[in-house]
Design a protein around this ligand. Structure first.
Ligand SMILES: [Zn+2]
Ligand SMILES: [Zn+2]
Length: 220
């Protein structure tokens, strides 16, 4: 069953606030806080009747079924953001608005296909974790990812960098000064003992931790 938009926005709000460390101990939200951010009290009341939240006095918490719906909604939202930024090359300000309306129309099957095509990205463009889906654990032969971590490529493969899933600004800056940015074309020069890529005329050995963060698409 596809939930309704207002309900999903409330679930996403609670999930992401919690992720930011707010109320991490008690995981409680006041009705006022939730209602001001995403909903009216009617929506919350309906969510309680549907068994998605518990309301105790002025506090709101997710029930286990609310929790699993929130997880699915967050996953759709962040995959939608990835899709819009990486594949459709939308700018940041238009992404948020579009991701918010588009995510609610994604069926579980479509969500898995998007995840697979994007190479099961671990984070959204803002660096927030994307909850894993069944597709992420399973190797599917029928649908080959178009975007993969660079370490999955064979030596000699040319690839375009699609995104770098790192939250570390220092690391991104350092990669940027080396020309390792989305859009760059690189070639896998060797994989062992060190992972070495060619970029233009330069060869570069990459830190193993960085290699897993660089997502690419094969070219040529
Ligand atoms: Zn995001
Ligand atoms: Zn996946």
């Amino acid at each position: 069953m596809q939930g309704n938009k207002a309900v999903e926005e409330v679930l996403e709000f609670i999930w992401s606030q919690r992720e930011d460390g707010k109320n991490s101990v008690k995981e409680l939200f006041s009705i006022k806080e939730v209602a001001e951010a995403e909903a009216d009290t009617g929506t919350l009341e309906r969510m309680r009747n549907d068994g998605l939240v518990m309301i105790d006095g002025d506090c709101v918490t997710l029930t286990p079924s609310g929790e699993s719906l929130a997880r699915a909604a967050i996953r759709r939202h962040r995959l939608a953001e990835r899709l819009l930024t990486e594949v459709l090359a939308m700018s940041e300000d238009t992404v948020e608005e579009n991701a918010c309306s588009f995510e609610h129309t994604l069926s579980p099957g479509v969500t898995e296909s998007i995840c697979t095509l994007l190479g099961h990205p671990p984070t959204c463009p803002h660096g927030h974790p994307i909850p894993r889906g069944e597709c992420c654990a399973r190797v599917k032969d029928d649908l080959r990812p178009i975007v993969v971590p660079i370490d999955e490529l064979a030596v000699g493969t040319n690839a375009r960098i699609i995104f770098i899933a790192s939250k570390s600004h220092a690391r991104l800056d350092r990669l940027g000064t080396l020309g390792i940015v989305p859009g760059s074309i690189v070639r896998v020069h060797q994989k062992r003992p060190a992972f070495v890529i060619e970029i233009g005329e330069t060869t570069l050995a990459l830190d193993p931790a960085i290699v897993k963060d660089i997502f690419v698409r094969r070219v040529g």
